[in-house]
Design a protein around this ligand. Structure first.
Ligand code: SME
Length: 153
């Protein structure tokens, strides 16, 4: 996958600074462009140490998710991307859509605060490579750089 092209396209797509609009566009764009995904969305820390469901593409999902639980919670706690090749082998995985077999969760840190996470699920075991991780992290940086946070929330 050519993530440099995707970065340029996402950058052009995000033509407001409104984080809500940009989050909606970003998850729709990723779902459209990357193959074999069944769920893409944002969880946002809108209460302390709690991830609240934000804009997403896919089936209705679990909400809320405390920092203490799931792959999303692990990404929020550690502030490190979680790449899980087989979610059924990850003890603490929260199954929202039983079709999900692998998962990539990128923490989104704004002004030294864990703002939220971007969660991507695939029905294919081992869907996400090292290159996918690096590429999606770069797309997240585009989203953060082109958005203004701290209002309309
Ligand atoms: N599987 C996630 C929960 C969110 S859904 O995949 C949309 C987790 O374990 O945190």
């Amino acid at each position: 996958m050519n993530y440099e092209r995707l970065q340029r396209q996402l950058s052009a797509l995000l033509d407001t600074r409104d984080w809500l609009t940009n989050a909606a566009q970003t998850c729709a764009f990723i779902k459209q462009e990357l193959a074999d995904l069944n769920w893409v969305g944002f969880y946002i820390q809108r209460q302390p140490y709690t991830l609240i469901l934000g804009p997403f593409q896919g089936l209705p999902a679990c909400n809320p998710i405390p920092f203490s639980r799931g792959v999303c919670g692990a990404a929020a706690r550690s502030r490190r991307t979680q790449r899980v090749a087989d979610v059924q082998a990850f003890d603490d995985h929260i199954a929202c859509d039983i079709a999900s077999r692998s998962e990539l969760v990128v923490p989104l840190v704004v002004a030294d605060t864990l703002w939220g996470v971007l969660d991507i699920d695939s029905p294919r075991i081992g869907r996400f490579s090292d290159q996918d991780q690096t590429g999606v992290e770069a797309l997240c940086r585009v989203f953060i750089k082109q958005s203004t946070f701290g209002h309309c929330d």
